[in-house]
Design a protein around this ligand. Structure first.
Ligand SMILES: Nc1ncnc2c1ncn2[C@@H]1O[C@H](COP(=O)(O)OP(=O)(O)OP(=O)(O)O)[C@@H](O)[C@H]1O
Ligand SMILES: *[C@@H]1O[C@H](CO)[C@@H](O)[C@H](O)[C@H]1NC(C)=O
Length: 312
């Protein structure tokens, strides 16, 4: 058991994306020829962890992959990104999480996700991280693993006064209310805010209202990301919610933009804890704004060296 202190700990998912590009989506029983295939590293947890690491955070990933080729190559991907893999478990009970994605020439897609090993990450795995977790600065969780495990991790962090970031993605309508109470920062996008509040979130004005409602449920602060419009930030110990606009850019591929934002936010919370949350959000907007200007998910995430020094 390692007792090395990691500043950012992400408890979440790893997924291998298997992407085929074809002129159209096949019908049931049909075999068609595509023109391009590639394998990508994804999963919300892993994406967020990799973005934080690329900004210079000392990170560790807590996740479960299969004892298979994709599991081995994902572990190598973490190492290549400077993410510590002491808490990446390998199981023979399930395959590494995979998303089979077909994209047609119109840009539409059909996706099958098999969460596999991700769903086997459990309390026992979390207990092994405890010596490190108690010394971490920030813990980040999402909902691509068992919600029970996510909640447990957030609770463990809370008990050790480790700052928590919770990204309720993909959103579930019957989210356990305890999630709000254990989140220092509750960060979601428009559609997740809509699903959780039942309000329409189609404008900055509506995002302010949804943020009020989410904050009322007990989190320390709320951030709702708004694509090219940046985000809205609301703190329990603050005044009104603030719109943090960004410079809208022409997006090439927005996949993973939200994960880039959250990874950056975790980096700022760990390394610049005294700057106001609004300023962290302004900088996270800049980081994720870079990520939408290149194709792919992790492949589009910027490194510290690619970004202006004023962000650090
Ligand atoms: N066109 C854009 N121009 C500038 N910044 C952008 C653009 N799109 C997204 N961003 C940045 O990325 C952040 C997250 O984007 P968004 O709210 O779309 O998240 P998301 O819906 O979770 O992303 P995803 O596409 O991965 O599902 C935004 O808050 C913003 O800072
Ligand atoms: C919000 O994120 C989810 C993934 O959790 C994604 O499916 C959805 O398209 C996103 N919504 C917006 C408005 O970008």
């Amino acid at each position: 058991m390692t007792e090395e202190a990691f500043d950012v700990l992400v408890v979440g998912s790893c997924m291998t994306d298997l992407v085929s590009q074809a002129p159209r989506l096949p019908k049931a029983g049909e075999t068609i020829h595509g023109h391009k295939f590639f394998i990508g590293f994804g999963g919300k947890g892993a994406n967020q962890c990799v973005q934080a690491a690329r900004l210079g955070a000392k990170t560790a990933m807590v996740c479960k992959v299969g004892k298979d080729f994709f599991g081995d190559s994902y572990i190598q991907n973490f190492k290549d990104n400077g993410v510590h893999t002491d808490f990446v478990g390998q199981t023979s009970e399930a395959a590494t999480g995979a998303a089979s994605i077909i994209v047609n020439d119109a840009g539409e897609n059909a996706i099958v996700i098999v969460a596999g090993a991700n769903m086997l990450l459990n309390n026992e795995d979390l207990q092994k991280t405890l010596p490190s977790l108690i010394h971490a600065k920030v813990l980040v969780c999402q909902l691509e693993i068992s919600p029970k495990t996510s909640l447990q991790a957030l609770q463990m962090a809370r008990e050790s006064k480790v700052k928590t970031v919770f990204n309720p993605a993909p959103a579930i309508p019957d989210l356990d209310p305890e999630f709000y109470r254990v989140s220092d920062v509750f960060c979601c996008n428009e559609s997740e805010a809509e699903l959780l509040t039942g309000f329409s979130v189609a404008s900055v004005e509506e995002a302010h209202r949804a943020a009020q409602e989410l904050l009322r449920r007990g989190c320390g602060s709320v951030i709702i990301t708004l694509g090219p419009q940046g985000c809205v930030v609301l703190e329990a110990q603050g005044s009104a919610s603030k719109h943090i606009p960004t410079t809208a850019v022409t997006a090439v591929d927005t996949t993973g933009a939200g994960d880039s934002f959250i990874g950056a936010l975790a980096f700022y919370m760990a390394y610049h804890p005294t700057i106001p949350l609004e300023e962290m959000a302004r900088r996270a907007n800049k980081v994720s704004g870079v990520s939408v200007q290149a194709v792919g998910t992790q492949t589009s995430f910027p490194f510290k060296k690619d970004l202006p020094p004023e962000l650090f």
